[in-house]
Design a protein around this ligand. Structure first.
Ligand code: M7G
Length: 315
């Protein structure tokens, strides 16, 4: 299965195969059958659902997220187009259920098809466990996992090769060593600035993650952080001091990339045990030497359904 996927990716990269998934253009969820809820979160107003698309083999995942209100459309919401259903009254307090017109009440829907078992396991709400990864653990446990079982990087190569999301690129530095592509993360609707979330993907190949960073990569890190922030300021007007940039360890995708978020957005990906601020990474490499991340024991959290967690338990 794994070999098949990698062979197909190689063919796709060589242009030998047309990407058949591109034929999946949904106009509604008519063909989608819910199998189970993987996770729901009332605070974030999200639900993660696994199901099937009729006539297509294998599981699909749909992630629904209610969009925040915005000052620009609030007058349209607070108008005769919204029906009110009375719920209760006490003194000066009245509560209603507001039935808002569908176009003003949209949700963001992300469809992942075909969804791999590993991605489903990752999305499923599970207990998290902290792992202390020594340099030897990295060589004997994590590296073989990255080589054999980690998620496909095809979507990243599509971005770098301008085969997908080309019109969404906010900034690109084409330099093969320090260059990168900056674009909105899948998680961001590009409307609500308080949830601003962009992704910087480096052009250089072969840097799988934080573990591979050396002193020679400092110019790349500085370039991605500085140019990326400036491009975000130029496009969206967010001051540089309000853009946080971090790297995940462990990431889901092992091609080096950086997360850029508005400081007001507290995303779970920014938690301890996952996020490493780019300023700190640069400082560590400059002050403590090129092998800092090669030699350190790194601590991170894994969900108990993740393959990497299972690999750590076996050792
Ligand atoms: P990560 O640190 O590898 O994984 O980040 P994690 O955050 O899931 O632990 C990968 C980032 O890429 C995430 O923030 C995803 O939302 C984002 N992302 C994933 N895919 C498949 C796409 C995509 O196709 N396009 C864009 N623009 N972003 C994506």
């Amino acid at each position: 299965m794994e070999e098949e996927r990698r062979a197909k990716e190689a063919k796709l990269a060589d242009g030998e195969l047309e990407e058949d998934q591109d034929q999946l253009q949904l106009l509604s969820f008519n063909d989608f059958r819910v199998e189970r809820t993987l996770k729901e979160n009332a605070q974030h107003k999200t639900i993660f659902v696994q199901g099937n698309i009729s006539g297509r083999p294998g599981p699909a995942v749909v992630i629904l997220e209610k969009r925040p209100f915005s000052a620009e459309t609030i007058q349209e919401v607070l108008s005769e187009s919204t029906d009110l259903r009375f719920l209760m009254h006490n003194d000066i307090y009245r509560q209603y259920e507001a039935r808002i017109e569908s176009k003003l009440n949209a949700a963001q829907a992300t469809v992942i098809y075909p969804a791999t078992d590993e991605l489903i396991a990752k999305l499923k709400s599970q207990e998290k466990h902290f792992v202390r990864e020594t340099p030897n653990d990295y060589e004997t446990i994590t590296k073989p996992y990255i080589e054999k079982e980690s998620q496909s990087l095809q979507w990243i190569y599509n971005i770098l090769d301008h085969k997908a999301e080309q019109e969404r690129i906010v900034y690109e530095d084409p330099d093969p060593n320090v260059g990168f592509v900056l674009l909105p993360d899948l998680k961001w609707d590009q409307e609500h600035m308080e949830n601003l979330y962009l992704l910087g993907v480096c052009h250089a190949r072969g840097i799988a993650s934080l573990r591979d960073l050396r002193l020679e990569h400092v110019p790349l890190l500085k370039n991605m952080m500085q140019q990326g922030r400036e491009a975000i300021f130029n496009r969206y007007g967010i001051p540089l001091s309000q853009i946080k940039t971090y790297v995940h360890y462990q990431p889901t995708y092992y091609h080096f990339h950086m997360h850029y978020l508005h400081t007001s957005f507290e995303h779970p990906g920014g938690l301890v045990g996952k996020a490493h601020l780019v300023e700190d990474i640069i400082d560590n490499l400059e002050k403590f030497g090129t092998t800092y991340y090669k030699e350190r024991t790194l601590t991170f959290a894994l969900r108990d359904t993740e393959t990497l967690w299972k690999r750590f338990q076996k050792n």
